[in-house]
Design a protein around this ligand. Structure first.
Ligand SMILES: [Zn+2]
Length: 162
């Protein structure tokens, strides 16, 4: 029998299907308690509509692998950060033509006051040019923005830093 963790790690994200929940850092813990599998996940966004799909996919994958009792728990603290996306996950995003997130903004400590917000540097996943601009803060899903490259005219998605 495949371990419950191995099964859960292969489940993919509904909105970024090239990434597994493990790549995304959404999968927090898989444990077995009294014959039942307990999976803890942290949603990328509070109220993310993909959560129900993730939950169903996890239960389905685990029950298909022979685990009859599955409980999926949602862990909201600490909040998910795009920094949790693994290096493998970032590579898969880039290969799919989606710009991976840069470093997430710091949540603690003093916030530096600047008159001009720092220009965000996002490289085009197709040609590598940094000459890209924001088209829309919201792409097909809330966690992605839409950008366009001035060098090759490609429009691409960018996973936002949170
Ligand atoms: Zn380009």
């Amino acid at each position: 029998m495949v371990s419950a963790r191995a099964v859960a790690e292969r489940v993919t994200d509904p909105e970024l299907p090239m990434l597994t929940l493990a790549d995304l850092g959404v999968l927090r813990e898989v444990s077995e308690e009294d014959g039942r599998v307990v999976v803890s996940i942290t949603p990328t966004y509070t109220g993310c509509p993909a959560m129900d799909t993730m939950r169903d996919d996890l239960v389905h994958a685990l029950s298909s692998a022979g685990y009859r009792e599955v409980e999926v728990r949602t862990v909201l603290q600490p909040a998910w950060s795009s920094d949790w996306i693994s290096d493998t996950g970032r590579r898969k995003l880039a290969e799919a033509g989606i710009a991976p997130p840069g470093a997430a903004p710091r949540r603690t400590g003093p916030v530096p006051l600047t008159l001009v917000p720092p220009a965000k540097r996002v490289e085009c996943p197709r040609c590598g040019s940094a000459d890209t601009h924001l088209v829309s803060e919201f792409g097909p899903t809330a966690c992605k923005a839409l950008r366009r490259c001035r060098a090759c005219a490609e429009t691409f998605e960018h996973v936002k830093e949170i």
